[in-house]
Structure formats: C-alpha cells, structure tokens
Write a protein that binds this ligand. Sequence first.
Ligand SMILES: Nc1ncnc2c1ncn2[C@@H]1O[C@H](COP(=O)(O)OP(=O)(O)OP(=O)(O)O)[C@@H](O)[C@H]1O
Ligand SMILES: [Mg+2]
Length: 353
Amino acid sequence: MAAPRAGRVVVRLQGVHKGFETENGRIEALRGIDLEVRAGEIYGVIGVSGAGKSTLVRCVNRLERPDAGRVEVDGVDLTSLEGAELRRMRQRIGMVFQHFNLLRSRTVAGNVALPLEIAGRPRAEIRQRVQELLEWVGLADRWASYPSELSGGQKQRVGIARALANRPRLLLCDEPTSALDPETTASVLDLLKRVRDEMGVTILIITHQMSVVRAICDRVAVVEAGRVVEEGPTSEVLVRPQSEAARRLLGRSGPRRQPLPDRTPPPPGQEARLVELHFVGETAKEPVITHLVRRFPVMANILSGQIDRLGGTPFGVLLVELTGKPGDLERALTYLREVGVIIQEWHEEVEER
Ligand SMILES: Nc1ncnc2c1ncn2[C@@H]1O[C@H](COP(=O)(O)OP(=O)(O)OP(=O)(O)O)[C@@H](O)[C@H]1O
Ligand SMILES: [Mg+2]
C-alpha cells in the first residue's frame, strides 16, 4: 500500500451540516462532518445506505450547499463561491457516478469530449485529448460506440475518462463499482489506482463495501447517521475497528457464530486461548508462529487463516489456539505484540444448559 502521504490538504470539511426538509419533517443528513484528504491519497468514505455519503460528496463539489460549516478544496472555501468562480472550481474536480451518467445520444468520444466542449476548448485539442484518454482507459477502439453497446465496466471507464478530461487534481467517486460484478470491480479499482499513481490525482471514494476500501484506500472515514464515527489508515481500521459501525461493515460484530473445529481439552495445569492474530506488512512475511513455538513452551494450533493484500502489502489473519501454562501463554502473547502482531482474543459463548 502506498504509505499515507503527508501531502498538503486538498479537501477539508469542518463542521459540515446539511439537512433536507421532507414531507415527514426535516432529515439531518450531515451532522457536523470533519475530515481532511491529502494530496495523492485515495481516501475512502464508507457507511451503510442513508449514512449521508452521497450528501457529503455532493457538498464537496457544491451540488449541495451545506447549512453550516466549511468545505475547502485546495484551500478555497466553496461554500461562499458563486457563478463563474464556482464553475471554474468545479472544472478542477472530476466526478464519477455509480450509474455512469453517460449521455445515451452521444458516442463514447462524444461523452468524453463533453466537459471539454463546456470549457470551450478548441476542437483540435478536444480531439487529441479524447483520443489520449480513451487509449489510457483501454477503449481507443470503441470511440464510435454508443453507451448502450458497452458493458458496465466499459461504461465506467468512459465515465472515468470523462471525469479526467479537464485534468482535475481531485476525483470524487460515488459508489463507482456498486453496479459492477466483482471481476469488473477489480479492474475499475485498478484503473482508479492508476489515476492516482500515474496522474497524481487525489481521489475521494464513497462506498458501502469494505472490500473496496481494502483494495485501494490509504485512509478511510466511517460515516454513520451523518457523523464520522471512525477515521484512520485503512490497515488500522480493518485490523482494530473502534466503532460498532466499522465492525458491522467488516462483518465482525456481535458474538462469534462460526462453528469452531473440535479441539482437545488442554492437559492439567495448562489452558487454551483462542486468538485472532493480524499481521500487517513485514510481520506477515515472517514465520512468526514458527519462532513462537521454538521460543516458548506453547503449542499453536492454526484453526483458520487467510493472507490478503492491501494494495501491495500482505495482510494476514490467523485464528490460532495457543495451549500452555498461563504464564508461558502471557509471555508468548507479549512476544507476538512486540513483533507487531495485533491480537484479538476470542471468547467463546458458553451455552447455558
Ligand atoms: N434531496 C434530498 N431530499 C430529502 N432527503 C434527502 C435528500 N438527499 C438525501 N436525503 C436524505 O439524507 C439521508 C442521507 O442520504 P445520502 O444519499 O447522503 O445517503 P448515502 O449514504 O449516500 O446512502 P446510499 O448508500 O443509499 O446511497 C437519507 O436519509 C436521505 O433520504
Ligand atoms: Mg449514496
């Protein structure tokens, strides 16, 4: 994973409130949002349906005007901008939508050209830029096709090319892969990663899927009922979610329901502890468990395991039963913490009879 960069702040939200009057009364969609996205980051905002994610992103390009608070992009407060100034600012912000929002009556090339036409660019420049962008997203041969002739993934590639037409420094993506199957999702996320890596564009991506965050986000904010309830580097939020909302999105909330394999009871004088070990980065590559059982008189029974990748960083979770004398187990767990393993202990539910 690209290390979260200490770049300058590109997007800053401070105390942003936004409500809507509806037939059933007022809905507070955003209740004081604070967040900062830094240059070159892929920043995720995750939350369940209705959490306020779209409203948040619509405040960043001023499709919505916040009721209170500040929204800064590149240090400019958007809440006070109007007219030509606002349009100029918006041209520096690209937007990618869940349902692509392509014009059906225009070809692929015509769709990508649209923002350049609106910006009044000369024809020759538009032609060249469109071709360059379509090559870049791998659709050079489809320039004359209409959206109805494309797959979902291809439509989103056109959407991304269009969003990049005016060379924005910031790309806002609202659920860009939610209408796509898993394989297409992966290729579109790869493309977004290239947008950041090769063009240096900062990306703010809205999603309700932790898998999207895991795949490409450097940092993530968890939004619930219009508030940021948790924020931090992706690896930390995935490994040590602090909020119930994050745990739910990770599918880790509530008592453990997975059946565990049958295990033999520990010998007299010993105890068995069930621990979930999270390995991030370098620790994932080291044979930590092998070291552990050589150094301490404990047994390690690996019950399940999974090694994933977070960007380029290996990221592993092992469910291990450690058996040994209580003092030895404590020392073994201390050793694991010292080498950077993050430990979550499992406590089995005891059925009342
Ligand atoms: N224009 C609007 N008028 C009235 N209520 C709105 C409007 N836009 C959003 N809301 C309400 O604000 C709340 C937050 O909506 P928002 O669309 O931001 O959520 P979301 O997190 O994007 O959800 P989803 O995942 O379903 O897209 C919801 O209760 C929604 O009904
Ligand atoms: Mg939404």
